[in-house]
Ligand binder design. Sequence first.
Ligand code: IPE
Ligand code: IPE
Ligand code: MG
Length: 252
Amino acid sequence: MFKKIFRQDENAINSEISAELPLPSHVAIIMDGNGRWAKKRFLPRVAGHREGMQVVKRMTRYANSLGINILTLYAFSTENWKRPEDEVDFLMKLPGEFFDTFIPELMEENVRVNVMGYKEELPKHTLDAVERAIEATKNNTGLVLNFALNYGSRAEIVTATQVAMRELLDEGLSPEDLTEERLAKHLMSADLSDPDLLIRTSGELRLSNFMLWQLAYSEFYFTQTHWPDFSEEDFKQAVVEYQNRSRRFGGL
Ligand code: IPE
Ligand code: IPE
Ligand code: MG
């Protein structure tokens, strides 16, 4: 009875994903709040990161089951090196732990791993783990699981501009010939579509140097939930809200 009345309300947002409305093809998530989650439980911050890793597995499965094409996860920013050494060390060990335990399932689920970030600055054991995962999953054709690891958007834009300008000069062209397309071709996301939906957990309303170029027309969804508590239901709510947004790209 209540349901019926609820559905008649024009402003009511259905709580289920619609098969008629488009899904976001690319979902990007700023996974924030691991530290606060741990603090609330009187645990060390790294306990939040470990729990957060389990959530990454669950959300990968869920995104794949929905038929989302790309899931980008902000795992470590170029600014996160400012954290205490033991926390950074722990975070740098997580990719090894994550891929060692998860690659068989990624293969089974046909998921392809991609990493964007300044990989050369990662410790060797982290880089090895990342490269093993990329290599092992390179022929998979399902969900692209894209980690932003030692990623910073301003640096990315500067580097891309430098490469694009060099290319222009080599072609005998001038700086004025630089186009959006040429610049975007040199971003770390060159092979990926722009995110349709950006989710940030844990209540912070900022981008923290994440995909500034690529998020120009993305829909933003913020939730108070800390990343280790983020569930399939929360992900679903973000997708439902996305489906109820009206994307205009500056048009009508
Ligand atoms: C996000 O959680 C994970 C990383 C940035 C690596 P935080 O570690 O930022 O958690 P809070 O924001 O301090 O709660
Ligand atoms: C952004 O979170 C980076 C990641 C989630 C990896 P931060 O916790 O580093 O961002 P700020 O410092 O609150 O802006
Ligand atoms: Mg944080």
